[in-house]
Write a protein that binds this ligand. Sequence first.
Ligand SMILES: Nc1ncnc2c1ncn2[C@@H]1O[C@H](COP(=O)(O)OP(=O)(O)OP(=O)(O)O)[C@@H](O)[C@H]1O
Length: 612
Amino acid sequence: MRRRGGGMTVLARRGPTVLGGLWGAVRPHAVRLVLAGTAGVAAELCGLGLVAAAAWLIARAAQQPTMAALSLAIVAVRGFALAKGVLRYLERLAGHDVALRALAELRGRVFDALAARGPAARGRTGGAAGLRGGDALTRLVADVEAVQDLLLRCVLPAVAAVVCAVAGVAVCAAAVPSSAPVLAAGLAVAGGVLPWVAWTAGARAAAAVAAQRRELAVRALDVLDGAGELAVFGAADRFGARAVRAARRLERAERAGTRVAGAVAAAGLAVQGATAVGVAWQATRSGADQVQVAVVALTALVAVEAVLPLPTAAQRLREVLAAARRVAAVLAAPPPSPRATAAAKVPPGPLSVELLGVTVAFDPLAGAPDTEPAGAAGLDGAAGGGVALDGVDVRVERGRRVAIVGASGAGKSTLLAAVTGDVTPVAGTVQLAGRDLAAHAEQDVRAAVRGLTQDAHVFAGTVRANLLMARPDATMRQLEAAARRARFLEVVRELPDGWDTRVGEGGVGLSGGQRQRLLLARALLADPPVLVLDEPTEGLDPVTADAITRDLLTWPGGGTLLLVTHRLAALGDADEVLVLDRGRVVQRGRHDDLLTRPGPYRDMWDAERLTT
Ligand SMILES: Nc1ncnc2c1ncn2[C@@H]1O[C@H](COP(=O)(O)OP(=O)(O)OP(=O)(O)O)[C@@H](O)[C@H]1O
């Protein structure tokens, strides 16, 4: 359950769990952290001692005592001044050292946590972690980086401030006891009230800035990505003006945030001055001499100064905690579906695939499969409301070639994702070669069930390397055979450097159809025991598409084939056609038989014939 709310109480409730998740990364460097903290505290104390000793020295010197009476104070001033510089340097050195080490450790842990979840956590269909690619990257880079500020800008300054404040009160209490409560009150305002104001008011300002930043990003992307269409429709000026208005709103929000920070900083200085004056006044009233008054007044100045960074730390803490919470969520997420300790061996050759009452539900907002059991998730059993597959029962015998068709959004890709293990059903099981997917080692399943998904990627490199990654030991003959079947060989021959032509980022641009044929050739070269192909002929002309589909369905040898397609014309050779509608198998059989019966398949067939 997610709870909204601001204020320090929220930090108190959530802090331990969030910080607990991060402590693991800092713990190996705890000694360095303690060293940094000690050096920081000692530097602040030296600053305090320096001012107290200097104040005493100046005030006492005005009374023209003997040199011997001043010598100890002179040495103390020199000693404190030198030590303060050295200790401050040590604190910076050790603090940054521990922060960077913890950062590297944390980044490694987040990476391991993401990697342990496998592609399911990052792919198109999301996964148990529910992270999309961009989100995963943000957590790995920006969020982890923000967490280092927790040490450098929040924890270390806070520790130094508290110790310095206590020491300041102790010095005042020793010099003029009645001045100590005045200093304590000033410290409470500067170190308690002002950080709370910064935390509360800063949150509102930060939320406004974040909202306006998002708004500007959306507007700017509209203008940049849609520049062509906007020019055609004569709407470029209108959209440009909207982006400019969003930029102005962001500027106003940022100024408001800066005003808050400025006001808090000014209030801090005012409190510092007022505390010093108040302490001096109280000391004078209680009959202290000139030297004592000077010592307590300057001590108060330094003690309050030590807590002045706290409001800024509170503001930063709010941002850092949000990042820390996201990082902790990655670290604390439960491991992927449990695998059997003694994984069953995947047999060689074509494999049977069976779905038994498989239901897959997506959280419509998060874009990740819901992993709650069906009852707990409140499913009503009907498709819709995030249910992509609804109790699907299908058995595909080994070596069979099955086509899966249906309207857009019917659940075809989700069915393939369930078979590859990229989504975890909320109910039912998927079996490979008669055993649950979970009974096999994950890498064995990935090696046995693969092919072409909708978000397959062309990598930056040569055409040859792009294909060989599916089967590094493939011979030239195998390479050419796969390319020929995918109608990609003719494309290779036209390319400037043939197989050695560079494609992908920074390479030769491939058309949508050429890219699709490359990806299909790669899938065919892999030749896995279960080949899953999601719309392999998308973007190709109908004649080529049908020829490829016919080849896929009739080619001798090869593994079990699950083929998602929108074209029905070439499905006469499929062993079976499954018709999906809103997550359910509503028809199944051979192409010719299905055409003899009224139903969705014949409707789709009629529609296809009309359009071609
Ligand atoms: N990552 C996701 N997050 C949320 N909902 C999803 C996600 N992936 C699929 N869905 C939903 O699941 C349902 C089935 O989607 P799926 O991609 O399986 O359909 P499809 O039949 O392959 O469609 P198409 O032919 O358009 O590719 C749709 O309602 C879709 O919105």
